[in-house]
Design a protein around this ligand. Structure first.
Ligand code: ADP
Ligand code: AMP
Length: 214
């Protein structure tokens, strides 16, 4: 099963992609996570990506598309994957479509996690990410057992630099301009499904399972 998660920054794409990946035993691939891992490892790609991420801008397609194509060519993607944060532009979606077509493959679902802008700032300012394993929490809606500490690996939880309100506003504007058109793109492809992302985590996931099948 090949799935793309759509939605504004902070809509809950990563949270739901994690659950989908576990239930259907497919990898959860987040381009944001790949950039952050590169930054942590001090690679040139990581340094370049940071320049854009810190400003709330998209990393150029020229740095993003090949990275994603290499990732989905790996063995663990044989039975599918759930993409979180890719595609984010029409050219990225076109590149993915033509790469899949060359292999006689196609995406099965594009799931739009729909959350209005007014809910997003609260989601993002409460998001906490593990410095080591990248696991995501929310101080109110998905709190760790011990404040500031990752349940999974025991490392410190931080507020991402790009989750500060000034940057979130920019990211939302960029989302509306460059990423939201993907909703119509996938509607035209006949694979768009929309879930109400303002519901609690469990209910959103239940709606996704209804779409994907148990
Ligand atoms: P995205 O991957 O779309 O940027 P995340 O999955 O990281 O978003 O979610 C953003 C924040 O909102 C996180 O702190 C997460 O714990 C929280 N969150 C995700 N889904 C919900 C939900 N349905 N209700 C409340 N908070 C949520
Ligand atoms: P995310 O972790 O999905 O919220 O992504 C964090 C940041 O990484 C984004 O604000 C972008 O700067 C960058 N990024 C992640 N995925 C992409 C992509 N597909 N295209 C361009 N930039 C991306």
């Amino acid at each position: 099963m090949k799935i793309v998660m759509l939605g504004a920054p902070g809509a809950g794409k990563g949270t739901q992609a994690d659950r989908i990946a576990e239930k259907y035993a497919i990898p959860h691939i987040s381009t944001g996570d790949i950039f952050r891992a590169n930054l942590k490892a001090g690679t040139e790609l990581g340094m370049k990506a940071k320049e854009y991420m810190d400003k709330g801008l998209l990393v150029p397609d020229s740095l993003t598309v090949d990275l994603l194509m290499d990732r989905i060519a790996k063995d663990d993607c044989r039975d599918g994957y759930v993409l979180d944060g890719f595609p984010r532009t029409i050219p990225q979606a076109e590149a993915l479509k033509s790469a899949l077509e060359k292999k006689g493959e196609k995406l099965d679902y594009a799931i739009d996690v729909d959350v209005p802008d007014e809910n997003i700032i609260g989601r993002m300012s409460g998001r906490r990410a593990c410095v080591k394993c990248g696991a995501t929490y929310h101080v109110v809606y998905a709190a760790p057992a011990k404040e500031g500490i990752c349940d999974k690996c025991g490392s410190e939880l931080i507020l991402r630099d790009d989750d500060k309100p000034e940057t979130v506003k920019k990211r939302l504007a960029v989302y509306h301009e460059q990423t939201q058109p993907l909703i119509d793109f996938y509607k035209a492809e006949g694979i768009l499904k929309t879930v109400d992302g303002t519901q609690n985590l469990e209910k959103v996931f239940a709606d996704i399972i209804d779409i994907l099948g148990a």
